[in-house]
Design a protein around this ligand. Structure first.
Ligand code: SF4
Ligand code: SF4
Length: 290
């Protein structure tokens, strides 16, 4: 592939690009008075476009769920590509220590920093996706960020209820960045208090090893039958030993937290994340504790 001939170490190059943006760009901001950073140092991983996991996701979630090749081909119908010519670039944006400390104290609603990270931090994440696409484009590499594609949609999954045509957490799981917890969040080496993003690109990059065999390996509940702390943290009763009730969670986010954010912090937003903070998997992989 032409792109692969031009770039000697694509993984290192893209890893630097993402870390540089989050480390140095003024776009990484909570937009509060002190103009604090929305995110701390990212984690970056890669998976192959033809990784069989993407087919498995489709089978589990529903036929509407894209493989990397599907969204790439829908975006660039003029190109003829095969799945093995594509890679998924995935990243984790960990919450800052201050944001986590604030949200840990909350018992019903999000802290202001958390609500800001949900809205303004996600704006940073959108700009990062666009920046990755633009830098790849400068090298003649076509790329698409499925989550910000105009084709992306919410869908109903027979098995999982609310679902969508692409999942950032599933891309991160495939890219070696973490496994799922009882509350559906992805537990990464920097914990579960994070947001993630991804880009599908026409370049071959060595995949990041997946240091896990089971998709819930890092959750104490699934691996050791203990913990369940996220259940107690949920103010909406949306978590139980059966998992995450997405419908209850969603109703709590909109309108309950939406009203709270507007009234208390003065901007249009929402958020919760109580199950992501004040729990053993907040900032690390809890099964690795000795
Ligand atoms: S708080 Fe405990 S049970 Fe919940 S996801 Fe984290 S490790 Fe699993
Ligand atoms: S985000 Fe909030 S409402 Fe939703 S499951 Fe987590 S704690 Fe419960």
């Amino acid at each position: 592939m032409e792109a692969n001939r031009q770039i000697q170490d694509p993984a290192g190059w893209i890893d630097n690009l993402i870390k540089d943006f989050i480390g140095k760009s003024p776009e990484n901001t909570l937009k509060n008075q002190a103009n604090e950073k929305a995110w701390s140092d990212p984690l970056v991983g890669f998976s192959r476009g033809d990784d069989p996991l993407y087919r498995d996701f489709k089978e589990h979630v529903g036929a509407f769920h894209w493989t990397p090749l599907e969204i790439f081909s829908k975006t660039f119908p003029e190109l003829t590509v095969t799945a093995d010519e594509l890679s998924v670039i995935s990243w984790i944006l960990p919450q800052t220590e201050r944001t986590k400390a604030d949200n840990r104290k909350e018992t019903a609603y999000p802290s202001e920093r958390w609500a800001r990270s949900r809205i303004f931090g996600e704006e940073t994440n959108v700009k990062l996706r666009k920046q990755v696409i633009a830098v790849l484009q400068e090298k003649g590499i076509k790329a698409v960020a499925p989550m910000i594609s105009p084709l992306w949609e919410w869908k109903d999954s027979d098995r999982y209820g609310f679902a969508s045509t692409w999942s950032e957490r599933h891309a991160a799981y495939a890219s070696g960045l973490g496994t799922f917890g009882l509350c559906d969040g992805l537990i990464t080496p920097k914990g579960k208090a994070m947001r993630c993003g991804s880009v599908v690109a026409g370049i071959q990059i060595s995949p990041t090893p997946r240091p896990y065999k089971k998709h819930q390996a890092y959750c104490l509940f699934f691996s050791q039958g203990i913990c369940g702390k996220c259940i107690k943290r949920c103010p909406a009763g949306a978590l139980s030993e059966k998992g995450h009730d997405k419908a209850k969670c969603r109703v709590y986010l909109h309108p309950t937290t939406q009203d709270y954010v507007k009234t208390h912090f003065g901007f249009d937003g929402y958020g919760c994340g109580l199950c992501q903070t004040g729990v053993p998997c907040e900032s690390k992989i809890p099964t690795e504790d000795r």
